[in-house]
Ligand binder design. Structure first.
Ligand code: GDG
Length: 506
């Protein structure tokens, strides 16, 4: 029987949903400065349950002594909710997140099997950390609570939750791609992972292709059966793009119970972006950027340092552009935000060195006292500044080799107004199946990269305006609120009796 004191809605996401600071000797919890990305999208749900809880981790000293309150009550613009901090030691975090998640799972999710690093993986530690997250969530949850788990580093949480709370309604959302079985099956723990995902009531992805890849893997590996397949609807282009899928599996049957599959992309918040850009400060900043850039065209590229993001391929294309089209010298400027990872993340060290080397080489080859072709920032740029660059930019250049979705592409589209800019977007970013009017590029082909940047720089204003208008409407129709509405509807449709009957019959 459900315990009235327990929560009916628990989010399990490894990061805490606020910024912690010490002021006047007291720990205080501030709302995140950056109102973008995953955390605010998830916080939108906290107000939907009176008793919502968020479970994240927080580091403790090597002794394991917990020197903080495990549960804190947060009150912010999203509502009032508890955050439960799971204490983890530095070596647990390193092994579970920096090594297993980033060196073994991340490359496979992004179809880079040659970067898969099996040797340093401590799978027992990964299991243990996932079990601890599951226990922390279950301690808070009523018996039939919704427990919503985020991302692959918590893949085994559904399995442990199901053992403790058989009647819980478990959903898991993937922010990354889900690869085809040929790539996924490289993982030695493949059956354990898929079996845990099949303990969910709903398994969620950004786009139908990833849902199909998951369904194929579950059917071929563990004998799950497809019980519902539908024509693709929503914002997706059903055919013709590299990641298009005309139909999508929406339910599987496994060991007598139903597992729903959902494909719905996270949106951005165009109203918030527009509101910010109408402030006096933002207007001033946009004007400053325009004056700093002068009569040059501004190209922006924003992302984390990561070999999946295709920054190396982009910089090589920029090098070729300046060599191929000497008339562009001193006429273009690339602002490349490539945020360095936290200390201790060895998975991205080589990628960062390569980006820094290429930027140095290009600036050295073409620059002069008046003009530095590339401004590289390995520091994060605050979101209120970032949107000013988006607005001032002539081209937003995003070329990942693989990307679950890519929110930057949507943010750029939402921030544009006035002289229309051009979005160049890789065919292998999930967002490309929504933003068909972008200049689509295959980052594996130098010829395609060259053609895309030429097309973007040479496109006339009417064509730029036409494409941007269609994309702005789509980004605004399928925004973060629409994502939240859709997910809520899917959760509500999970009828309790059906779930319970099916589980007890299994
Ligand atoms: C994962 C998946 C999926 C970037 N640089 C700065 C900065 N950002 C913000 C952007 C944007 C967010 O971070 C990045 O989102 P992305 O979607 O581009 O990429 P990932 O971090 O890789 O996120 C991805 C996403 O999850 C959501 O499900 O789309 O595919 O890999 O909001 O604005 N923000 C600030 N300074 C920066 O320098 N403040």
């Amino acid at each position: 029987m459900a315990n009235a004191k327990k929560s009916s809605f628990v989010i399990v996401y490894h990061r805490q949903p606020y910024e912690e600071a010490v002021e006047g000797g007291r720990v205080i919890y501030k709302e995140n400065k950056s109102p973008n990305g995953i955390v605010p999208a998830l916080k939108g749900f906290l107000g939907t349950a009176k008793d919502a809880v968020w479970v994240a981790w927080k580091q403790v000293p090597a002794s394991g002594k917990v020197n903080f309150e495990r549960t804190v009550r947060i009150k912010d613009s999203y509502g009032e909710y508890d955050v439960v901090r799971l204490p983890l030691r530095a070596e647990q975090v390193k092994a579970f997140y920096h090594v297993t998640s980033k060196e073994a799972l991340w490359p496979i999710l992004h179809s880079f099997p040659d970067k898969f690093n099996y040797d340093p993986v401590d799978w027992e530690n990964f299991r243990e950390v996932n079990r601890l997250f599951a226990e922390a969530a279950c301690e808070q949850a009523s018996d039939d609570a919704f427990i919503w788990v985020h991302d692959y580093n918590l893949w085994l949480v559904p399995h442990y939750v199901r053992q403790i709370k058989p009647k819980a309604r478990i959903a898991m959302f993937h922010h990354t791609p889900f690869p085809a079985p040929d790539a996924f099956n490289v993982l030695p723990w493949r059956e354990e992972i898929i079996s845990s995902l099949l303990d969910c009531n709903i398994v969620g992805f950004h786009i139908p292709r990833y849902a199909e890849n998951f369904a194929s893997t579950a059917c071929s590996l563990l004998g799950a059966k497809r019980t519902e397949v539908r024509d693709v609807e929503g914002p997706f282009r059903p055919t013709g793009a590299a990641l298009s899928e005309p139909t999508v599996t929406t339910a599987l049957e496994y060991k007598g119970h139903r597992v729903e599959i959902d494909a719905w992309p996270i949106g951005t918040n165009p109203q918030m972006i527009e509101k910010h850009l109408t402030t006096f400060e933002a207007g001033k900043r946009v004007a400053e950027i325009a004056s700093e850039v002068g009569d040059r065209r501004l190209l922006v590229s924003v992302g984390r340092v990561d070999y999946t993001k295709g920054t190396k391929e982009l910089l090589e294309a920029f090098d070729r552009l300046l060599a191929r089209r000497p008339e562009l010298k001193e006429k273009v400027k690339l602002f490349c935000v490539c945020v360095a990872p936290a200390d201790g993340m060895s998975a991205y060290r080589a990628a960062q060195r390569e980006v820094e080397r290429l930027v140095g080489s290009i600036n050295g080859k073409y620059g002069n006292l008046r003009w530095t072709p590339i401004m590289l920032s390995t520091r994060g740029v605050p979101f209120d500044q970032l949107v000013c660059y988006y607005r001032a930019a002539d081209v937003c250049w995003i070329t990942p080799l693989r990307d679950g979705l890519n929110l930057v592409a949507k943010e750029f589209v939402a921030a544009q107004n006035g002289d229309p800019g051009v979005l160049i977007l890789s065919e292998f970013a999930g967002a490309a199946v929504e933003l068909a009017e972008c200049v689509s590029v295959n980052p594996y082909s130098a010829r395609s990269m060259d053609a895309a940047i030429d097309a973007a720089l040479d496109m006339d204003e009417t064509e730029r305006g036409r494409r941007l208008e269609v994309m702005r409407k789509r980004v605004s129709d399928w925004d973060v609120d629409e994502w939240a509405r859709h997910v809520r509807e899917r959760f509500e449709a999970l009828s309790k009796p059906q779930t319970e009957d099916a589980r007890s019959a299994a």
